[in-house]
Design a protein around this ligand. Structure first.
Ligand code: CUA
Length: 166
């Protein structure tokens, strides 16, 4: 049968056209969200050795905290740990309003979570892996971050804050 005399029912053809339009709309929505609104999927940035990540002097997490890499742009190296106690290191970071902060979070022991209140930042923190996400803080205030993965007896007290100053 040649393509010329292949009959496609109009009902079926319309659904095919509709399906292709739907695919195009979804692809555009993803493109707009990713490139226009900068909505990112938290990506595993790199692999590290959980046994030495907190102690190796060459590891940024041996001295966790905030680094200013350009005016208004920061890298925040945060260690989420359960031993010797459940906590984030550092527990608090302070940046001026309008700052763009890229978080690099890892764990030397068990699985943790990292969710920053009033932002769309929410990801898992796995030992051996670095989770990375960038957040722009446009409004001053205290943005608490909490652990969202059950990590043991102290899970409920595992929190910290990003302080955004005017
Ligand atoms: Cu750390 Cu839950």
């Amino acid at each position: 049968m040649s393509a010329q005399n292949m009959h496609i029912d109009s009902y079926e053809r319309n659904w095919m056209i509709f399906s292709f339009i739907l695919l195009a709309v979804f692809a555009s929505a993803i493109a707009v969200a990713a490139f226009g609104m900068e909505i990112q999927v938290p990506a595993p940035e790199e692999r590290v050795d959980p046994g030495t990540v907190a102690t190796d002097p060459n590891s940024p997490w041996s001295n966790p905290g905030l680094r200013e890499i350009a005016p208004g742009k920061y890298d925040a190296y945060i260690l989420a740990r359960a031993v010797p106690q459940w906590e984030y290191l550092p527990k608090e970071i302070t940046v001026p309003v309008g700052s763009r902060v890229t978080f690099y979070v890892t764990s030397p022991d068990v699985q943790h979570g990292f969710k920053i209140q009033d932002t769309n930042a929410n990801f898992m923190v796995l030992p051996g892996q670095v989770s990375k996400l960038t957040v722009t803080f446009d409004k001053p205030g205290a943005y608490n971050f909490i652990c969202t993965e059950f990590c043991g007896a102290g899970h409920g007290v595992m929190y910290g804050a990003v302080i955004v100053t005017p």
